[in-house]
Ligand binder design. Structure first.
Ligand SMILES: Nc1ncnc2c1ncn2[C@@H]1O[C@H](COP(=O)(O)OP(=O)(O)OP(=O)(O)O)[C@@H](O)[C@H]1O
Ligand SMILES: O=C(O)[C@H](O)COP(=O)(O)O
Length: 484
């Protein structure tokens, strides 16, 4: 345990207003766009990232999902999550099941667009390709469907039209686009769709019935197709018409390769890890990570905490945290999580030093101080060099590492050092055979910013979905699929 001294409790707290969050988010997007020199950072890239996943084939995943489920259930842990796992895959379908068949394929093409409607990060489009290509190669007629953003009714700026050029480029064929999701025009386009081609439907959320999981809407959508493939991992935690409702009207309803790979890693590798197994949890608030921390405490050997949440733990231990982000209503929770780690024999490490700033800004004045010496008015925005070194040494001992949430305000270069060091460490470990999993959200943006995304074994394409899986929750979009 890292914390030694106990000082008088502080009372200041720092909420992160929406505008500030928007500013850091756009800084992150800009940083992603600036990404350069990726491969140099990762000499022996494993090509196992979602972007480079071969059609259904992850050669190192010799153990099938179903068998993982059985061993997990036998161990008496994670039975609920395991129940979501033994799902039929598109790879299990014979050529005759697909040739000439109309396949409704739900993907998550919810990508960030810039002000000129250009794709700012095409990761999710690239991640959707293996399943689409497999279906094309088998002569299926692919009816591709996705949401984009959270539109209220038909909203042109949320059209899926900007996705078509990139999708066509990646597939090496022209993808057609419908201007609607259901209805006679779409039916006409589907009837004329040749074998081995793709029709992209308009944003499924242009219909309010989608998010309401309206059975009539689901039925109409399903009536376009003969069978259903769900590859939208990022939306699998939503029980919507296109992710859950349609499965009641289409048989078979199976998992796509991306969905399968996400489950393999986020449930399979986490519930049955090569040990020692370390979890790194960061991000802004402890309140949004309680479920994940509690769930990981049941499974991991080492838990490293960073990001804004550490100040709630410090304060719970009686330290002054200055103007750092603190959730005063979670102090007891922090104390109980520390106690739980002790009880479970998990080596929980908090940073011993922090980089503090005089304001929340990229050009703030900064200094490194021990975690026990944060002055009034200053806020911790990154982990310090001693912590980086201690965390790196702890990670040296591991065989499996999962990471969710940045170590600091990585959107500001000055406070990105801790996050970048952890990203580089994971890339190095990955190269040595350690299984490295990036559990979605901002940690993905962080490894992309550092240029080591391709080094990791798995980078999740789902933020909310991966968090829910790591919490041990069932995902409705997975539960609804056919069993193996
Ligand atoms: N010390 C800190 N003080 C304030 N904010 C911080 C601090 N450290 C990290 N953050 C912020 O936490 C945010 C990410 O937190 P979040 O909990 O959302 O992580 P995530 O789970 O990776 O992302 P997502 O919510 O997209 O899934 C980043 O924007 C980062 O700037
Ligand atoms: O970006 C995501 O997390 C998914 O596409 C789901 O989007 P939603 O949170 O709007 O349902």
């Amino acid at each position: 345990m890292s914390m030694a001294s106990v000082l008088a409790p502080a009372t200041l707290s720092l909420a992160r207003p929406a505008a500030r969050r928007a500013a850091v988010a756009s800084a992150a997007a800009a940083a992603t766009l600036r990404r350069a020199g990726l491969d140099a950072a990762c000499p022996s890239a494993r090509s196992l990232g979602s972007a480079s996943l071969g059609a259904g084939a992850d050669p190192r995943l010799a153990i099938r999902v179903a068998s993982r489920c059985r061993s997990e259930s036998a161990a008496g842990r994670g039975a609920r999550a395991a129940a979501t796992m033994a799902k039929k895959s598109v790879g299990d379908l014979a050529a005759a099941d697909l040739e000439g068949k109309r396949v409704l394929l739900r993907a998550d093409l919810n990508v960030p667009l810039d002000d000129s409607q250009n794709i700012a990060d095409d990761t999710r489009v690239r991640a959707a390709i293996p399943t689409i290509r497999h279906l094309i190669d088998k002569g299926a007629r692919v009816i591709l469907c996705s949401h984009l953003g959270r539109p209220k009714g038909v909203t042109p700026k949320f059209s899926l039209a900007p996705i078509v050029p990139r999708l066509s480029e990646l597939l090496g064929m022209q993808v057609q686009k419908a201007n609607d999701v259901i209805g006679p025009e779409v039916e006409k386009l589907v009837s004329a769709l040749p074998n081995g081609s793709v029709l992209l439907l308009e944003n499924v959320r242009f219909y309010k019935e989608e998010e309401k999981n309206d059975p009539e809407f689901a039925k109409k959508l399903a009536s376009l197709a003969d069978l259903y493939v769900n590859d939208a991992f990022g939306t699998a935690h939503r029980a919507h018409a296109s992710t859950e409702g349609v499965t009641k009207f289409l048989k078979p309803s199976v998992a796509g390769f991306l969905l399968q790979k996400e489950l393999d890693y986020l449930v399979g590798a986490v519930s049955n890890p090569k040990r020692p197994f370390a979890a790194i949890v960061g991000g802004s608030k402890v309140s949004s990570k309680i479920g994940v921390i509690e769930s990981l405490l049941e499974r991991c050997d080492i838990l490293l905490l960073g990001g804004g949440m550490i100040f709630t733990f410090y304060k719970a231990q009686g330290l002054s945290v200055g103007a750092s982000l603190v959730e005063d209503d979670k102090l007891k929770l922090a104390t109980s999580l520390l106690a739980k780690a002790k009880e479970k024999g998990v080596s929980l490490m908090l940073p011993t030093d922090v980089v503090i700033a005089d304001k929340f800004a990229p050009d703030a004045s900064s200094q490194v101080v021990p975690a026990s010496a944060i002055p009034d008015g200053w806020m911790g925005l990154d982990i310090g060099p001693d912590s980086i070194s201690a965390f790196s040494s702890a990670l040296e001992t591991t065989q499996t590492v999962i990471w969710n949430g940045p170590m600091g305000v990585f959107e500001f270069d000055k406070f990105a050092v801790g996050t970048e060091a952890i990203a580089k460490k994971l890339a190095e470990l990955s190269d040595r055979g350690v299984t490295t999993i990036i559990g979605g959200g901002d940690s993905v943006a962080a490894v992309e910013k550092v240029g080591v995304a391709d080094c990791m074994n798995h980078i999740s394409t789902g933020g909310g979905a991966s968090l829910e899986l790591l919490e041990g929750k069932e995902l409705p979009g997975v539960v609804a699929l056919d069993e193996t």
